[in-house]
Design a protein. Sequence first.
Length: 136
Amino acid sequence: MAAFSMTDCYIAIAGVDRSQYIKSVTVHVEAAELDSTDFADSGWTVPITGIKSGNVQLTFNQDMAASQLDSILWPLMFSTQTFEIRATNSAVGTSNPKYTGSMLIREYTPLTGGVGDLAEVSVTFPLSGALTRATA
């Protein structure tokens, strides 16, 4: 897959496709940097990888109707839920890997905005454990 336009991402939360509500997604991972420099390193730092962490950032188009986004997210508050994210809604493969893991649903702001704004919900859910990448 060459350069592409993100027009049909697949995003499942708690095993259910929620793509129809989501307008942006960011999957972020990082590791703490630890300095293992010693006197034998000739004045150069020697960084090593420490504890890993990450998060999933999502922006939803809010929907307060019965059985829609608000009534879906509210009961998930303060729990750890599984997720799967793919660049496209196509089958998982070498050109469309899936990223899976668990995230802590620790925040939710059901209403924010001003007069005439699109009702959106932006959240950042920290990973709870490892993020995996699979092509099959």
